[in-house]
Design a protein. Structure first.
Lengths: 568, 434
């Protein structure tokens, strides 16, 4: 490869990468999520970063940050606690990648300086390169296996940038192994080296060496068919010791490339004729450069953003962040999230997402919507339905906080959701509670009567198991205990805004088969889910659970009749 | 069964109604370790009044002024009745122990004597009962003397009408006046709930405003009656404040179940058994109960406990109640005992369950169905022998009684729990000594 071309490409890629990173990092101070983010300027946010960094690094907190660096960034403890298989896959890729980067890609500036007598074709480097490469291959395979295993109704968000990054990584690995295998098997490479180090490329003169390299180093000569005399081999070994041994270990250490080389042997004439060693090298190197240049815009970017996110986490708990700090942190979350989907699997309202057919209830989908909302890319009124679905997803969240607990990158997702909900309200997309309560219960009842329910039979049993099953409320004796202990009823001082039905009346409507009548009621929508009713019910009826279920049903049922107006 | 919690105790009490609570209390008072399984929710339906025995015979609706005289009569005529099988001295001891425990948990009762008391109900009828909370006893005294008395109710509290009570009793108690006031702070609320008022009265400000509203109405009344909303956990304090503020005795009248006194009783019993050291499994139920080969211990597999639990007990007290407590279960033709399938004494056929008249004064045969027990309170198997030497049954699940019509529910629960626990202690103690 021409050194000039190599240099130009390298520096161009580096420059692109740096510019891209600069742009991406600048978004951490520009993207505004949440009303409090709109009142601070970008420069205030930069200043907050420096203040925060100083506070973290020049106080005892530095130990906490170091702990985060070691446990969360390097060992990926949070991922380990969530999903051991994924952790293994990720760690294999991470370790393999870093090792290859330092030992192999950066050999001239790292390995050569540190280890005397480094030669890429000697052990342990030959072996290690294969080992690290194999680790990454296994890691990628585990990753793909995980994808297959986690097929669900709503696939986690897949962005083309993630696929591009994974594809590129795989491509670099494949070309690397092929290149090494080709070099092992290639007679052309042998002759080139022989000319350089033995001073000749005459096949006859090199016959003893060729014999040894054919037998013991896997070179696929097509003209060495006849048996070789022992004294020829002996001579060959001497030649090898004199001219080759200092730089070449036996290629069997290359436990991946060597078997590949054996498989390539029949094709090696063709490959040599086609100049495979050259173009494989180009492909390998330029794929690396492409990865470097596009790093800020592929999933690779998480290698920068996620550690920063984790370290910011380790620096201080969220409540200690200023508005400026929080704003940056939310913007950083947009980059640090890799859409691994672990949050989705722990999401309390995931069953609702399935029932409502709305993926925007799931954290990893919600995060995208939050980013688009912040970037002003929220679907405009023309796509009313999509907007409504995003709002529905945001507001049906129960703030249980599990997504934050399990996030392998330690994102404070609860804070993000709260800010996102505020943004949605500001954008004229109110919470379902608001649009439901804008109309009296009886008006809803009229709407529903005008437009009867058309649903498939299995829905109720699957997604509304309590309110659809008489057994869950038929024991109710209307004793009023639920109403008596209900703090929402107790605080409904003003009849105009208070609850219209009490919990026990909601249960009674269910008993009468009038479930629809409950859906728009203030009781259902003002329920604080404190579970007093459920805890105190002498009959053990799951009153609060039923309330939550009715709310979910209401979003769907009332949403369907929302546009209906009584004919005047 | 890996991962299942394992615990052991001397006696496992299944059930947390009045009988289960009493049995658990008495067991720990006798030094037995106890695990109690079941929800106490049924106690919410109680009025806070502790009946012992008021009506006998049921068919004649004959009211007794002394429960102990009534018990004598009962023993003579219905020796099978569970209450007739407990010695009066034990009943006295049981009640004393029970109300002492309640008092220690903040729910005080007037001293128990030899006689029943008459108290007002929220619909103006008179109920004959035995144990009366101190917050209600002034009403019994006033009723006895037909004293000049003022009843106050609150606008919006639909379950309680002072007017109705006074009107119903007008012939018998002409000196009964009634007044309606707005509950302070809830003036605009159309419908009030007793528990919300009780909580509100635990704050000094609301209490004082309420007292100030009532004070001008007292006039020459010798006592003031109110719906039972004088506080929840701090009812004694609230009641005392009303008496001090109004200058006359103040009494509560129980409202419709589920009522504030029911919540107080449940809270006090839960606090009492817990502070006595009973290990409660209040959301659990028994999935299976088996005895070991030597008949020395029973194993109870619980559900409703996260991860499950297996309790090993040296004795078991069954206090699971009747149909609403789910101790008994009936299909269209037959009544079964829910946990062990013990034989239930019951009418021979479905037709014999009920009389033709729903309100037949002598009651229905199905109400007297239940478990038959031996002299040691052990339920009998089909062969007439104890099902297990250390399985005991107490409370309303027992046969040969109709506690609702006899007005003896609390007495049945407390007395049989006492007697059965005495047997438990005797048997386990004998084993330990041997």
């Amino acid at each position: 490869m021409s050194p000039t071309l190599f240099q130009i490409s390298l520096y161009a890629s580096l420059a692109l990468c740096a510019l891209g990173l600069l742009w991406r990092v600048s978004t951490w101070f520009r993207i505004r999520i949440g009303p409090d983010a709109r009142v601070v300027t970008a420069s205030q946010r930069v200043a907050a970063l420096f203040r925060g960094a100083a506070a973290a690094l020049f106080t005892l907190r530095v130990f906490h940050v170091l702990g985060t660096l070691f446990l969360d960034v390097l060992l990926q403890r949070r991922l380990y606690l969530n999903d051991k298989l994924r952790w293994l896959g990720h760690l294999l890729i991470f370790v393999g990648f870093m090792a290859l980067l330092l030992m192999h890609a950066l050999a001239p500036v790292v390995t050569v300086k540190l280890f005397h007598g480094y030669e890429s074709t000697r052990d342990p480097y030959l072996f290690l390169r294969n080992l690290f490469g194999a680790m990454m291959v296994i890691g990628l395979a585990l990753f793909l296996f995980g994808l297959w295993r986690r097929r669900t109704v709503f696939a986690p968000v897949r962005r083309p940038t993630a696929a591009a990054f994974m594809g590129l990584l795989g491509f670099v690995l494949v070309t690397g192994f092929l290149l090494e295998a080709d070099k092992i098997a290639s007679p052309r490479a042998f002759y080139r080296m022989a000319k350089q180090f033995n001073g000749t490329s005459d096949p006859a003169e090199l016959k003893p060496l060729r014999a040894v390299w054919a037998r013991e180093f896997g070179v696929a000569f097509d003209d060495l068919k006849e048996p070789i005399a022992p004294e020829v081999m002996e001579k060959g070994r001497e030649m090898h010791e004199d001219d080759c041994a200092t730089c070449h270990a036996k290629p069997t250490s290359a436990f991946v490339s060597y078997p590949v080389a054996r498989m390539l042997a029949p094709l090696v004439g063709l490959l040599d004729a086609g100049g495979a060693d050259v173009w494989l090298l180009y492909l390998h190197v330029f794929a690396c450069f492409l990865g470097l240049a596009t790093l800020p815009f592929t999933r690779f970017h998480h290698a920068v953003a996620a550690p920063v996110g984790l370290l910011v986490n380790g620096a201080a708990p969220n409540r200690e962040f200023s508005a400026a700090g929080r704003a940056s942190r939310r913007a950083l979350a947009m980059d640090a999230c890799v859409h691994c989907g672990i949050c989705d699997t722990h999401c309390s309202v995931a069953p609702l997402a399935r029932y409502l057919g709305n993926p925007y209830l799931l954290p990893s989908h919600k995060l995208i919507a939050a980013g688009e909302l912040a970037g002003g890319r929220l679907p405009r009124s023309g796509e009313e339905d999509e907007r409504r679905r995003i709002a529905e997803g945001a507001f049906l969240c129960t703030d249980c906080g599990r997504c934050t607990d399990v996030c392998p990158v330690g994102l404070d997702l609860e804070d993000l959701w709260q800010a996102g909900c505020d943004d949605l309200s500001a954008a004229g997309l109110p919470a379902p509670a608001q649009w439901v309560q804008a109309r009296p219960t009886l008006a809803w009842a009229e709407s529903m009567e005008a437009q009867p329910w058309q649903q498939d039979a299995g829905h109720d049993a699957r997604y509304a198991p309590l309110s659809a099953d008489r057994r869950s409320f038929s024991r109710c004796v209307q004793c009023q205990t639920c109403t008596n202990v209900c703090p929402v009823v107790a605080h409904s001082m003003d009849p105009a805004y208070g609850v219209d039905l009490t919990p026990q009346k909601v249960m009674n409507l269910l008993r009468l088969g009038l479930r629809d009548l409950t859906l728009g009621s203030r009781m259902v929508w003002n329920c604080a889910t404190c579970y007093q009713c459920q805890e105190n019910c002498p009959e053990g009826i799951r009153v609060a659970d039923i309330m939550v279920e009715l709310r979910a049903l209401a979003v769907r049922r009332l949403g369907a009749v929302r546009s209906w107006r009584a004919p005047s | 069964m890996t991962g299942v919690r394992r615990n052991s105790c001397d006696v496992a009490v299944i059930g947390a109604g009045m009988a289960g609570m009493a049995a658990a209390l008495f067991a720990v008072e006798r030094g037995l370790s106890c695990i109690q399984i079941g929800s106490g929710g049924g106690i919410l339906f109680a009025s806070g009044l502790l009946d012992l025995l008021a009506v006998h015979p049921v068919a004649e609706r004959c009211l007794w002024q002394s429960p102990y005289t009534a018990l004598d009569a009962l023993a003579g005529e219905q020796p099978d009745h569970p209450l007739a099988r407990v010695a009066p001295v034990s009943i006295r001891a049981a009640f004393e122990s029970f109300v002492t425990a309640l008092a220690s948990a903040g729910l005080a009762y007037a001293p128990l004597g030899e006689r029943n008391r008459s108290v007002l109900t929220s619909i103006g009828t008179v109920k004959t009962t035995y144990g009366v909370p101190v917050t209600m006893v002034a009403g019994a005294d006033a009723l006895d003397g037909r004293a000049r008395c003022l009843l106050v109710d609150f606008r919006g509290l639909r379950e309680f009408s002072a007017h109705q009570i006074a009107a119903t009793l007008a012939d018998r108690w002409p000196e009964l006046r009634h007044q309606r006031i707005d509950f302070p702070g809830f003036e605009t609320v159309p419908e009030l709930y007793a528990v919300h008022l009780a909580r509100a009265l635990e704050t000094v400000e609301t209490r004082e405003r309420t007292i100030a509203l009532i004070r001008p109405l007292v006039g020459d009344a010798r006592a003031v009656g109110l719906p039972a909303v004088l506080g929840l956990e701090r009812s004694r304090e609230v009641h005392a404040a009303f008496e001090a503020g109004l200058g006359v005795p103040v009494f509560e009248i129980p409202t419709m179940p589920t009522s504030v006194p029911g919540l107080r009783l449940l809270g006090a019993l839960e606090a009492a058994v817990s502070s006595h050291g009973v290990r409660r499994r209040h959301q659990a139920s028994v999935r299976a109960l088996t005895y070991d080969g030597n008949m020395e211990t029973a194993t109870l597999d619980l559900e409703g406990v996260p991860g499950g639990e297996r309790v090993t007990a040296r004795a078991v007290v069954l206090a699971t109640g009747r149909f609403s407590g789910r101790g008994l279960a009936a299909d269209r033709g037959y009544v079964r005992e829910s946990i062990l399938g013990l034989p239930v004494h019951q009418p021979a056929s479905r037709e014999a369950w009920h009389k033709r008249d729903f309100l037949d004064p002598s009651g229905h045969a199905i109400n007297r169905a239940g478990l038959r027990v031996d002299d040691a309170w052990r339920p009998l198997d089909t062969d007439g022998k104890p099902a297990w030497p250390r399985l005991f049954a107490v409370g309303s699940i027992l046969a040969h009684q109709d506690w609702m019509r006899s007005k003896c529910g609390s007495g049945l629960a407390i007395a049989t729990a006492w007697a059965a626990v005495e047997q438990v202690a005797h048997r386990l103690g004998a084993t330990a000594a041997g």
